[in-house]
Design a protein around this ligand. Structure first.
Ligand SMILES: Cc1cc2nc3c(=O)[nH]c(=O)nc-3n(C[C@H](O)[C@H](O)[C@H](O)COP(=O)(O)O)c2cc1C
Length: 306
C-alpha cells in the first residue's frame, strides 16, 4: 500500500525550502565535494562553509581532535574569500538545483554588510546565515554573546538586503533567549542553533593542548542535549522558524529537535561519519510521517511543549 507523500516544505521568510534537512556550515564544504556520492538536489538546502571578506588560511594544526561522542575543531574559518567563492564555487553548486545558503563571518558590522551585499548581488544564494557564533577565531563570538551587538549587526544587514536572514546563535552564553529575541527584533527571519560549544583537550604525554589553537568548538552527539535545550527555550520566546543543529546523527535525533521546536534541521558532524546522513535522515522523516499519519511536518514542530 503506498502512502501519500507528506508535505515537508518549510518557510524561512520569503524562502520556501522543499524539505527541512540542510547541511550545517563547515561540515559539507561547498557541497561540490560531496556531489559524486550524495544527490544534492534532494537536500532542503546546502549551507556553505563560512565566507569572509578576505581569504583566510585558518588556524595552525592540529585543527581537529576526536573526543568522547564528538569532536573539537579549530579550523579558524579557512576559506578563499567571498569573491573567489562567488566566482569559483557557487555557479557550479547552483547547477545542482539545491537552495544555497551562504554563511557569513566578519570582524565588524561593515564586513557583514559587505558580504551580504556581495552574496545578494551574485544571484545564486537563497538566504544568508549570519555566523555570529564562531568560537575558533579571535572575536568570532563577540557579536553572538551580546544582545545589543547582535541587534546592531542584524539590523545593519537587514537594511541592505531583502534576502531571508538567518542568525546563527552561540550556546556559549548565559541566556540564549536574550540573543534570540535581539536578532528577531532586529529583523532576522529565522534562527539557527547551535554553533559549537567552546572546549579543549590536553595531550597528557606532551602536557600540551591537543589543538594548535588550544581551544576549539565541540560538536557531535555530545552536544545534542544542550542544543535541544536551546531550541526548546528559544521556541517559547520567538515566532520565527528555528533551524536546529547539534549532534544530529539519525532520524530520531532530527525528530527530537523538531519536537523541541525546530522547523528545520542542519546536519553537521554526522557528515564526517556518513556523507549520506542528510538524505538518509530525510528518508527517515518521510517514513516517520507516513507511519504516524502526519500529512504536514509542521504538525509536530514544537509538539513536545504540549
Ligand atoms: C569542522 C567544522 C567546521 C565548522 N565550520 C562552521 C562555519 O564555517 N560556520 C558556522 O556557522 N558553523 C560552523 N561549524 C558549526 C556547525 O555548522 C554546527 O553548527 C555545529 O557543528 C553543531 O552541529 P553538529 O554537532 O551536527 O556538527 C563547524 C563545525 C565543524 C565540526
Amino acid at each position: 500500500m503506498s502512502e501519500a507523500c507528506p508535505d515537508l516544505s518549510v518557510r524561512i521568510g520569503s524562502l520556501v525550502l522543499p524539505n527541512p534537512v540542510m547541511t550545517a556550515s563547515g561540515t559539507f564544504g561547498y557541497g561540490l565535494e560531496y556531489a559524486d556520492i550524495c544527490d544534492l538536489s534532494r537536500l532542503g538546502a546546502v549551507v556553505i562553509k563560512a565566507a569572509t571578506v578576505a581569504p583566510r588560511v585558518g588556524n595552525r594544526p592540529p585543527r581537529i581532535v576526536e573526543t568522547a561522542a564528538g569532536m573539537l575543531n579549530a579550523i579558524g574559518l579557512q576559506n578563499p574569500g567571498a569573491d573567489a567563492i562567488i566566482a569559483e564555487k557557487l555557479p557550479e553548486l547552483a547547477g545542482f538545483g539545491v537552495p544555497i545558503i551562504a554563511n557569513l563571518a566578519g570582524e565588524c558590522v561593515d564586513d557583514y554588510v559587505l558580504l551580504a551585499d556581495k552574496f545578494a548581488a551574485c544571484g545564486h544564494v537563497a538566504a544568508l546565515e549570519l555566523n555570529i557564533s564562531c568560537p575558533n577565531v579571535e572575536g568570532g563570538m563577540a557579536f553572538g554573546v551580546c544582545p545589543e551587538m547582535t541587534a546592531e549587526l542584524v539590523g545593519s544587514v537587514r537594511a541592505i538586503t531583502d534576502l531571508p536572514l538567518i542568525t546563527k546563535l552561540s550556546p556559549n552564553v548565559t541566556d540564549i533567549t536574550e540573543i534570540a529575541v535581539a536578532a528577531v527584533t532586529a529583523g532576522s527571519d529565522a534562527l539557527s542553533m547551535i554553533n559549537t560549544l567552546l572546549g579543549m583537550s590536553i595531550d597528557v604525554r606532551r602536557r600540551r593542548p591537543l589543538l594548535g589553537n588550544a581551544t576549539g568548538g565541540l560538536s557531535g552527539p555530545a552536544i545534542r542535549p544542550v542544543a535541544v535545550r536551546c531550541v526548546w527555550q528559544v521556541y517559547d520566546v520567538v515566532d520565527v522558524p528555528i533551524i536546529g543543529s547539534g549532534g544530529i546523527m539519525c532520524v530520531e535525533d532530527a525528530l527530537e529537535f523538531i519536537m523541541a521546536g525546530a522547523s528545520a534541521v542542519a546536519i553537521g558532524t554526522a557528515n564526517f561519519v556518513n556523507p549520506l546522513a542528510g538524505t538518509e535522515i530525510l528518508d527517515g522523516l518521510v517514513d516517520y510521517c507516513q507511519s504516524n499519519g502526519i500529512k504536514d511536518i509542521s504538525e509536530i514542530v514544537g509538539v513536545a511543549h504540549g
